[in-house]
Ligand binder design. Sequence first.
Ligand code: NAD
Length: 497
Amino acid sequence: MKTIEHWVDGAPYEGTPTGRFAVENPATGEVEAELLQASDADLDHAVEVAKTAQKAWAKVPLAKRVDIMFKMRQLVLDHQDELAKLIVAEHGKNYSDAIGELQRGRETLDFACGINAALKGEHSFDISRGVDIHTLRQPVGVVAGICPFNFPAMVPMWMHPVAIATGNAFILKPASATPSAALLTAQLYKEAGLPDGVFNVVSGNRTMVTKVLEHPGIDAISFVGSTPVAHIVQDTGVSHGKRVQALGGANNHAIVLPDADMEFAAGHISAAAFGAAGERCMALPVVVAVGGVGPALAQKVKEHAEKIKVGPGMGEGIEMGPVIDAKSKDFIVSLIDDAEQRGSDIVLDGRSLVIPGHENGHFLGPTIIDNVPLDAPAYKEEVFGPVLTIVHADTYEEAIKIVNSSEFGNGAAIFTNDGGMARRFSLEAEAGMIGINVPIPTPVAYYSFGGWKQSLLGDTHIHGPEGVKFYTRGKAVTSRWPSEQSYSATMSFQRED
Ligand code: NAD
């Protein structure tokens, strides 16, 4: 059985584990590896290493930091096949989706390659006689990133390129089900020339995460995961004096107006609801069909969904893999069963799908449920599986009320050909990311990503300009030089490599 260790100080690290987590292949249900769970002493060691490394790293000139980011970007590209295969083996998503995840993740490395521009300060001369002021942003210190299982490479990449490029050291706590991409990332950073100790990976259970949240040596925490855990992270982290951004769960809605191009909408809704088996925080699990378009739309989405080839992620032409584990599958099935018992119509039923040769894999087929009552858990809760629920509204006003009554506010979309309605929706929808005929409106990495309400606790969104703000502290320097003597000096503009 393969053992997956931590990565501390530029090398694999065993430490003194408190236990081992069984890492399963969701397509087969087989345990493929054991992940070491760090002890308190292991975490203390990693934090000490990171603190020391950060002090030196913060002094490395920007030009050199950017060079390393460019190298890292190229290495992630060169190793994307290897990274994608690790993601498929542990998460289950299909290979092309894993490649897509890496492309989106690499965008943050692109952004980090231009960090020198993002870190520019401001300067005013003579704010008073002979007095100037300038601002700078300095790293916060040691940052911990606590990540979910569903994007093993991309979500950490929303964090570490910006945190590191701005001069911090980073400790990544990957999800226990999908740790391997993090460890390959660590090797690539080393190859890119990042000094040892600046990027570390430490795995562990809830007790270890609690210790991360309380650790006096950790200055900031980026969390992405479910809302209940986001609350724990926010409450514990803030009460221990850390800055925290905690991105939570989602239940994204799309309104479909009667004037929408139904063919276009159906294809995109199918892809957004069932891609990655619905295990995306920007997936589209709810459609609000306006003015009686629901039944026809449901049939059109069904035509697309029925063609989705489900199976193990490396299989030829596979478009959708299994869900992460048996517990998750049981939960999703229980929500579909409950909706059925409440009188909803199961337009497409993926509950009994079995993939020959993969009978123990955690597969579900695409499922469409129409006429779901608004108090049904299948509508209200985050299903996080390949399930599309359709609810109905007579008017746009009724539809937007439904959208805004969700406790979550990650993404929201509208399908329409009416620019005025689209504009109104973009202003009225209570969500952080809005799509106009775009069902998964995930911003590119030079913008920032984040939701509203229970989808994001804390005030800064992740990556892009808000990421720079989160990982740095502002400083204003007011200066005066009483002598104001002129002198000449030889200045060198050569890079310090
Ligand atoms: P999760 O909340 O169960 O776990 C996230 C991380 O927290 C993991 O590293 C886990 O080990 C740790 N953790 C779990 N329980 C903990 C506890 N009680 N105390 C301390 N740490 C704990 O989430 P998940 O199931 O891995 O991922 C799916 C969830 O993540 C979904 O809710 C999804 O919407 C959300 N997500 C959100 C975004 C976003 O951008 N808003 C992006 C991706 C995923």
